[in-house]
Design a protein around this ligand. Structure first.
Ligand code: ZN
Ligand code: ZN
Length: 139
């Protein structure tokens, strides 16, 4: 019985369930360990793979002193006296790109939700365009 119930739950809307989980995982991995916002100019500590905004991490790193990852806080892994030059902290272009995409995704979602409440005419126009395209395809 238990197995059957689980199966039913999963099949209600497996696609949606998937998207929600992915968004959570994405958000978690794209969050700055310091300011807890979506990363801006993502920089990743190569020792522990913690990620920070460039502004956040650079405000903590003091050139000429021994630096440590602000998220770990431990002195186990030293980042050296110049973490950026020594490539202990690197600009994470891939993560940065993901953050941008994720932000756009969130913004788009907000725009769509706002639009629905205010305008009904917009949807009708869209339908007409769709019909025109469909008839052209037929001919
Ligand atoms: Zn930050
Ligand atoms: Zn760390």
């Amino acid at each position: 019985m238990l197995k059957r119930r689980r199966g039913q739950n999963a099949s209600i809307n497996p696609a949606l369930e998937h998207i929600e989980v992915d968004a959570d995982i994405l958000r978690a991995s794209l969050t700055c360990e310091m300011c807890k916002n979506i990363l801006r100019e993502a920089n990743t500590v190569t020792e522990c793979l913690h990620s920070f905004c460039f502004q956040c991490i650079s405000s903590k790193m003091i050139v000429g002193q021994s630096n440590y990852c602000p998220a770990c806080g431990s002195s186990d892994s030293s980042l050296g006296v110049n973490p950026f030059l020594d490539k202990k902290i690197i600009t994470d272009g891939r993560k940065n790109h993901l953050c941008q995409t994720f932000r756009e995704m969130l913004e788009e979602k907000e725009v769509v939700e706002d639009g629905k409440g205010e305008k009904e005419g917009g949807e009708k126009e869209g339908e007409k365009k769709g019909e025109e395209q469909a008839s052209m395809e037929e001919a």
